[in-house]
Ligand binder design. Structure first.
Ligand code: SAH
Length: 399
């Protein structure tokens, strides 16, 4: 029984080092091993309580003995951590998406880890399929609680546990995907066709990158549709081709999608077909492509993968971002747009802005910032955990 994992004797007790009181008073949910003086209780506990050296409660949350983040705090001070708290947070997170989910959009991130006060739990809704990513051993043990809450709130056809996060190996958790099907589903496949701002996309959580579709770009894609009329659009790092579909739907004169992965290009083609729009589809390295292309374009979207996977990669990543943005700027017709992103949490907004500035200088173009871009409101960022804000972008005009 899940309730038993919350019983006092099943919880790990962590004592904070003297002098580390600030970690918890800031309400940051990540309590690192280095801040902990001693531990006792069951090593495989799902839940742990952090106390100070006098035994006063500081925080409670998900426990992992394998992670440097020993505790993922959910409650602070005297607030007890019970199954009901987790149920209530799941319900509240889903409730916050009601303004996004409507007749035109049936896909959204319904739980965004720290941003929804549920550190290490991510849930994406793709129509009647839910895709769950769990990055912590404590949460993994509470899977049946999470599943029951999701069932109650959203009655999905299938829940797909996407278990390929590299951190799961460190947590000594299975890295094989699992699926759960509800409503006596006759179709247990986790593939879905979603509707986003009235456009249709095929999502395959089992085969796709991350959870299958980048929901964080929904609003930026809408901006793309609004700006695309009559433009020659180049969609670099196109993956599912979603920016391309929006551009075409917005009346672009032409849309070229470029991705190094043949499977991604196939998906992009399928998504254009689904929406009855045309495009060009190229399997190519975007860095080489922008160097070799001679014809000008009016609108470039540049949404590369996270070049900086760790802090040590930041400098190399900055060169990559500068390079591709510089060549993109050179090919933009005067008055045209560049929508450019970095989704790497290690690249700060400040540094990314400097990189784009450097690209503009070296491209010899006059560039203005029209708008700062970020993830949609289904990717909330916790005030106490600013690390959650990974996606940053700019809409630029190139003169
Ligand atoms: N813009 C997309 C998400 C991009 S994800 C969307 O809205 O959904 C990053 C994509 O970049 C992946 O599909 C990956 O295959 C592709 N990619 C990685 N390196 C690349 C390279 N050097 N050239 C072109 N595409 C690349």
């Amino acid at each position: 029984m899940i309730e038993e994992l919350f019983a006092p004797e099943r919880r790990r007790r962590l004592v904070l080092k003297r002098g580390k009181e600030r970690v918890a008073s800031n309400r940051h949910p990540w309590i690192f091993a280095g801040a902990i003086h001693s531990e006792r209780g069951p090593e495989d506990a799902a839940i742990a309580d952090l106390v100070d050296s006098d035994g006063a409660p500081i925080a409670s949350g998900f426990y992992s003995r394998h992670s440097q983040i020993r505790l993922r705090a959910l409650t602070f001070g005297d607030e007890p951590l019970t199954p009901e708290v987790i149920d209530a947070r799941i319900a509240a997170a889903i409730g916050r998406r009601s303004a996004i989910l409507n007749a035109e959009t049936n896909a959204a991130r319904v739980i965004h880890a720290e941003g929804d006060e549920l550190s290490s739990l991510v849930v994406d809704k793709y129509d009647d399929v839910l895709v769950v990513e769990i990055a912590n051993r404590g949460v993994e043990q509470l899977k049946s609680l999470v599943t029951a809450a999701l069932q109650r709130e959203l009655a999905p056809r299938v829940i797909h546990f996407k278990n390929d996060l590299p951190v799961r190996a460190l947590e000594q958790l299975s890295t094989r995907d699992e699926t759960w099907s509800g409503r006596a589903a006759t179709d247990a496949s986790s593939a879905a066709t979603i509707l986003e701002n009235g456009l249709r996309f095929r999502v395959d959580p089992a085969g796709g990158q991350k959870t299958g579709f980048f929901l964080d770009q929904r609003e930026n894609r809408r901006i793309t549709r609004d700006l695309a009329a009559g433009k020659r659009v180049l969609n670099l790092f196109s993956y599912t081709g979603a920016f391309g579909v929006y551009a075409a739907a917005g009346g672009a004169a032409s849309v070229t999608n470029v991705d190094v992965s043949a499977a991604a290009i196939d998906a992009a083609r399928e998504n254009h077909t689904l929406n009855g729009v045309d495009g060009e589809f190229l399997v190519a390295d975007a860095f080489q492509y922008v160097r070799q292309r001679h014809e000008n374009v009016d609108f470039v979207i540049c949404d590369p993968p996270a070049f900086a996977k760790s802090r040590n990669d930041v400098e190399r990543a900055a060169r990559g971002y500068k390079d591709v943005n510089l060549f993109a700027m050179r090919m933009i017709e005067a008055g045209g747009y560049l929508m450019t992103f970095s989704c790497s949490g290690h690249m700060s907004l400040d540094l990314f802005q400097k990189v784009i500035f450097g690209a503009a200088v070296d491209a010899g173009r006059r560039v203005s910032f029209l708008r700062r871009l970020t993830a949609g409101p289904d990717h909330p960022v916790s005030m106490y955990c600013p690390e959650g804000e990974y996606l940053k972008g700019f809409l630029l005009q190139v003169h």
